[in-house]
Design a protein. Structure first.
Length: 391
């Protein structure tokens, strides 16, 4: 009988953990595989909700905890974090001797895992390559991760083609879809009263919007005023239309402290209320029953088409990514934000068009595809470990 295949998954923040979750769930449920996690970054931060507790509650075995989030708003934060991850992850890999390292996205954990995998002859599996991100350090980092990855699972057919166009060999590249859609498909529906009671915020179905706003590394100095502009426009729109806005705290990128300062200044609003983190079941149902998503979260591009949800994306973050047709981009201008929100929430023709869209990000079955392919790979075949010459 073949020995179990060991998988070491790396996660550093709630957003990529939610994409990773359905994949590691199906891997952990298969007797042919042994799964452990390395948890780092924002998961270990009280300031960001200490979300490692959620990972523990989900029942996954944690191989290591690596402190990699430096408490600073300076641009050196993420570079220093990579250094901590390289040192810690190399020791974990040496001890655990996994067959696969697996990671979703383009943050510090990804480039560290890619480097460790290459130096230590461990197959590095990247989920989410070939996906461009405008004006952000994450874009060249994602490209670098892709060139270091041994196995690719792309969110869309176009992104798989992008990987082939930069010289990745065809046998390495698979179109699986976005695993986050598996979460949506598999999460049962809640009544709006249950969501409202959990939030301690009086909301009614189709009478609220969701706000998620992150900093953009190339515009860090403007993070505060950008968030302030967003909040003023959202507050005015909510007052004028008698709807509510449920906000979620930003990620940990430089500039996030400035966004949090703007949020704190808005506390006490009758119409807008923010939360550090929400349970997956609450969050998915919150989006299901909302009128629209506003801000600049990747969810607007990657997951909102599956919800059939209109999105108002403010600023440059997410530009360049594949837009299914549900996202309208606007600049930081009060009237333009409110006009876009009015269209997203109340224009019946536009909302009908969004409801008819097909998501290019898959159908909610990515995790099973990924598991089957990992089980089919011949780990003794050297072709997986030796990347094609670039010239």
């Amino acid at each position: 009988m073949e020995a179990k295949r060991k998988v070491l998954a790396i996660t550093g923040i709630r957003s990529e953990y939610d994409i990773l979750y359905p994949v590691i769930k199906v891997l952990s449920d298969d007797e042919r595989l042994e799964l452990k996690l390395v948890v780092s970054g924002a998961h270990l931060s009280d300031w960001h909700g200490y979300t490692i507790k959620k990972i523990e509650d989900d029942g996954f075995e944690i191989a290591d905890r690596i402190d990699s989030l430096f408490s600073t708003n300076r641009k050196s934060q993420r570079a220093k974090g990579i250094g901590a991850l390289l040192a810690g992850l190399s020791q974990t890999v040496e001890r655990e001797q996994p067959d696969f390292l697996i990671y979703v996205g383009d943050r510090e954990e990804g480039i560290a895992a890619a480097l460790v995998g290459n130096y230590m002859d461990i197959l590095f599996v990247h989920i989410g390559g070939g996906d461009p991100v405008y004006g952000n350090a994450d874009d060249p980092i994602r490209f670098a991760i892709s060139k270091l990855a041994h196995i690719h699972f792309a969110f869309t057919k176009q992104y798989a083609d992008n990987l082939l166009s930069i010289g990745e060999e065809e046998f390495r590249v698979f179109f699986a879809g976005n695993p986050a859609l598996d979460n949506i498909r598999n999460t049962h529906c809640l009544h709006i009263e249950d969501i409202s009671n959990y939030l301690h915020f009086d909301i009614n179905e189709n009478k609220y919007i969701v706000l998620i706003k992150h900093p953009l590394s190339s515009e860090k100095e403007d993070a505060y005023i950008q968030m302030k502009t967003t909040l003023v426009a959202v507050e005015e729109f909510c007052k004028e239309t008698s709807i509510k806005a449920v906000g979620i705290y930003p990620n940990t990128d430089p500039g996030s402290f400035d966004i949090l300062n703007a949020i704190k200044e808005s506390e006490g609003s009758e119409y807008v209320k923010f939360y550090k983190n929400l349970p997956r079941e609450i969050f998915i149902n919150l989006l299901r029953k909302s009128l629209a998503l506003v801000g600049n979260s990747s969810m607007g591009v990657l997951e909102a088409p599956f919800y059939k949800l209109p999105v108002v994306n403010i600023g440059n973050r997410q530009k360049g990514r594949l837009n299914a047709g549900n996202v309208e981009f606007v600049e930081y201008n009060n009237e333009k934000i409110k006009e876009a929100l009015s269209k997203a929430c109340f224009d019946a023709r536009y909302r009908g068009r969004v409801r008819g869209l097909e998501s290019p990000y898959g159908d909610g079955g990515a995790s099973g595809k990924i598991k089957d392919i990992l089980l089919s790979i011949n780990r003794s075949d050297k072709k997986w470990y030796v990347k094609k010459r670039l010239c």
